[in-house]
Design a binder for this molecule. Structure first.
Ligand SMILES: [Zn+2]
Length: 321
């Protein structure tokens, strides 16, 4: 059984697996999903069992994944009768994911929030415990039968860019679904299909998520340039497209290590890679020619402003695109 969300004891909140990945790679927070306890997101079901009734994670720490990340039952995981996440599978509930959906992200967030979600750890009961790795707090016997009150996290929204990207990539073969599912970012709303714009058509509309097959990644040590395979046609001529990631941007990134690993894997990878980004629309610029600095040539180029909204990854389903 796959789960789109799980309850995390130490954060006292329900998280998506993409939230968990974001926390795992964030160097500014002390979080390691292997040390955390994730429980069934159904309040009554969770309350019926001890904290050891954990869920497992899949692809929570893998920088370069292909198969859709998710929470899953461990062999020991139990659910109450009637739990929509139970193995009996409630039909039509839309909560439990079927085995046939194993390879696809079935939970489409309706909005990508541009402000990062804040997580507050539960206060640790004793001062001595503060230097220890986070442990699940003991549950007093009297409260075991009472569901923990869970803050109303907007679970149909996400602040992790990788989540809508995974929806798009894993469901790419089902265009009708992508055309049906709505996505909002900032003030703009469109279907998933329309919000993800092929890089060669970037002139169609500003402020979308642009994506395309990567032709080359130039690591200049100080900065990174990603060249796209497809060109943009403008006034009857084809122009190359690229995006820049400045050294300052990379050095100051809270997930720097994971990002550099992503880039390193990408540069050494022979398989096709795709780049997705939001927050900048490449525009026509004149840049000096390397061979003859006195001359310039035109290129569609954009500067990435926020690495939280930038991904390079494998996406086998997009190879025929
Ligand atoms: Zn359950």
């Amino acid at each position: 059984m796959k789960f789109d969300t799980a309850y995390c004891i130490s954060l006292d909140d329900k998280l998506s697996i993409y939230d968990v990945r974001d926390l795992n790679f964030d160097e500014t927070v002390d979080f390691d999903s292997d040390r955390e306890y994730f429980l069934c997101p159904h309040d009554a079901c969770r309350a019926a069992f001890a904290d050891e009734n954990k869920l497992g994670t899949f692809n929570a720490k893998n920088v370069n994944y292909i198969r859709t990340p998710h929470f899953k039952d461990l062999p020991s995981t139990q659910h109450i009768n009637g739990c929509p996440y139970g193995t009996s599978r409630a039909t039509g509930a839309g909560l439990a994911l079927d085995e046939t959906d194993e390879e696809r992200e079935a939970h489409f967030p309706s909005e990508l929030l541009l402000t990062r979600r804040q997580y507050v750890r539960k206060p640790v009961s004793t001062a001595a415990a503060q230097d220890l790795p986070p442990m699940p707090p003991p549950v007093p016997a009297a409260t075991v039968s009472t569901p923990r009150t869970t803050p109303s996290a907007p679970l149909d929204k996400t602040s992790v860019f990788a989540h809508p990207v995974e929806c798009f990539v894993s469901n790419y073969a089902d265009k009708d679904k992508l055309k049906r599912m709505p996505l909002k970012i900032g003030e703009q709303t469109a279907s998933y299909w329309s919000f993800f714009k092929k890089i060669e058509y970037l002139q169609d509309n500003k402020g979308l998520i642009y994506w395309g097959k990567v032709k080359a990644i130039k690591d200049y040590t100080l900065s990174v340039r990603v060249d796209f395979e497809k060109k943009v046609w403008f006034e009857g001529r084809p122009y190359s497209v690229n995006v820049y990631l400045s050294k300052q941007l990379i050095e100051g990134y809270r997930k720097r290590k994971a990002f550099l690993e992503e880039i390193r894997l990408a540069i050494t990878n022979d398989r096709p890679l795709y780049c997705f980004f939001y927050g900048t629309t490449p525009a026509l610029k004149q840049v000096p020619s390397k061979k003859d600095p006195a001359k310039t040539f035109g290129v569609f180029s954009g500067d990435i402003q926020n690495l939280d909204h930038f991904i390079i990854r494998e996406a086998p389903g997009l190879d025929e695109a």
